[in-house]
Design a protein around this ligand. Structure first.
Ligand SMILES: Nc1ncnc2c1ncn2[C@@H]1O[C@H](COP(=O)(O)OP(=O)(O)OP(=O)(O)O)[C@@H](O)[C@H]1O
Ligand SMILES: [Mg+2]
Length: 232
């Protein structure tokens, strides 16, 4: 029988990142199991984007390893698709000279799938428009469609709710909840994280300070301390 790769999702093993004298991530271990949504939260400067960048291959860890379905993952930004990983970046990042549909075709050059991804993200009616003419929330939907069109096993989202209104965040939450792939969600917006995540990792000054279900995190003292400390 052919060997089936174990589908145990993405794992970060004891990842540390140092920028000169600054430790941005300090011994972070995390697993994103297949089909689950795992959130990473923490105050400003906690290391959330650094963690996201490590998984995307923008930042190489100073120490530690990544594995995807049991195999070592040394992510390179242009090779993510090959490993079944897609991402959206903080902000939007669409190509201004391309139409909405053409932007999604960058993610996967199959027209039917691009149309279906736009439909799924509620942006199909804007397919022939240029991004600059569209409201921010619609542009974010297009960016999500571009990530989803390749049917990733793992979707990485950095602050997808940034700049969105309450209603738009609710719709985004429903969309994320309906996804069948694994999701790693880096996000400031607590309500969204609490609603869509199966598990949450809390970082503070690069260190994991709590890890658990939304309910566990909501009542965790270390989490309250991290956020109150940041606000003080
Ligand atoms: N390329 C870099 N070079 C030097 N320091 C960096 C670099 N990227 C991030 N840092 C520092 O690492 C720490 C973690 O930053 P990071 O952007 O990961 O935090 P964050 O949790 O995403 O914060 P925010 O909520 O403000 O987006 C910060 O102190 C930041 O200044
Ligand atoms: Mg950030």
């Amino acid at each position: 029988m052919p060997h089936q790769p174990p589908s145990d999702g993405l794992t970060l093993h004891d990842i540390s990142v140092r920028f000169g004298g600054l430790t941005a991530l300090d011994g972070v271990s995390l697993r994103v199991p297949p089909g689950r949504t795992v959130g990473v939260i923490g105050p400003n400067g906690a290391g959330k984007t650094t963690l996201f960048n490590v998984v995307c291959g923008f930042v190489a860890p100073t120490s530690g390893q990544l594995t995807l379905d049991g195999r070592p993952l040394r992510p390179r930004p242009h090779q993510l698709k090959k490993r079944g990983i897609a991402r959206t970046l903080q902000g939007v990042g669409l190509f201004p000279s391309l139409t909405v549909l053409e932007n999604v075709l960058v993610g996967e050059s199959d027209r039917d799938r691009a149309e279906a991804a736009l439909e799924r993200c509620g942006a199909a009616s804007y397919r022939d428009e240029k991004p600059a003419s569209l409201p921010y929330a619609i542009r974010k939907r297009v960016a999500l469609a571009r990530a989803l069109v390749s049917d990733p096993r793992l979707l990485l989202l950095d602050e997808p709710a940034g700049g969105l209104g309450v209603q738009e965040i609710e719709e985004l939450g429903e969309l994320i909840t309906g996804l069948s792939c694994s999701v790693l969600l880096v996000e400031h917006h607590m309500d969204l994280v609490m609603t869509v995540c199966d598990e949450i990792l809390v970082l503070d000054f690069g260190k994991p300070v709590a890890h658990g279900t939304p309910e566990e995190i909501r009542t965790d003292e270390a989490v309250a301390d991290a956020y109150l400390g940041a606000a003080a």
